[in-house]
Write a protein that binds this ligand. Structure first.
Ligand code: MG
Length: 164
């Protein structure tokens, strides 16, 4: 059984992961609208992964005999500017998600909830990867500056990201 606090926090995390999916889908729409279809495709794959993350929490709640209580998701931003600004937003967002995961892990440690600790360990590792991916793209975009050839090259390269 999950504690009441853990149950509530995990239901919140389902929402946060779905909100991440929504944010990245909105970014995908933006990139499509400015003909950066590779970046749009990268964002769609990212949005799909976030939905999978939400479902991992969903399943963990059910596996532990808890009640899933889906929360309302806020509207994501709809107006974006440069690819650099968008990916800086991605990085900042993932850093916030990391903080949420760490808070959940700390709660699991405090409650001696070993099953949740093992479950959350996957997310701790995943967040290292998420932050690394976002910051690598941010750094690349900084190097590129406003050289449009290089932006199209990056667009082509990131468009190759496949769902895993
Ligand atoms: Mg996630």
């Amino acid at each position: 059984m999950l504690s009441d606090t853990m149950l509530q926090q995990m239901n919140e995390q389902v929402k946060h992961e779905m909100a991440s999916a929504y944010l990245y889908l909105s970014m995908a729409a933006h990139f499509e609208s400015v003909n950066l279809s590779g970046l749009a495709s990268w964002m769609r794959v990212q949005a799909g992964e976030e939905q999978e993350h939400a479902l991992k929490f969903f399943d963990h709640i059910l596996d532990r005999g808890g009640k899933v209580s889906l929360q309302a998701i806020g509207q994501p931003p709809v107006d974006f500017t440069t690819p650099l600004a968008v990916f800086e937003k991605v990085l900042a967002h993932e850093q916030q998600v990391t903080a949420l995961i760490h808070k959940l892990y700390a709660l699991a440690v405090q409650e001696a909830d070993y099953a949740s600790q093992l479950f959350l360990a996957w997310f701790v590792t995943e967040q290292v990867e998420e932050e690394k991916n976002a910051s690598t793209i941010v750094e690349t975009l900084k190097l590129i500056g406003d050289k449009s050839n290089a932006i199209y090259q990056l667009d082509h390269q990131l468009g190759k990201r496949a769902a895993d």
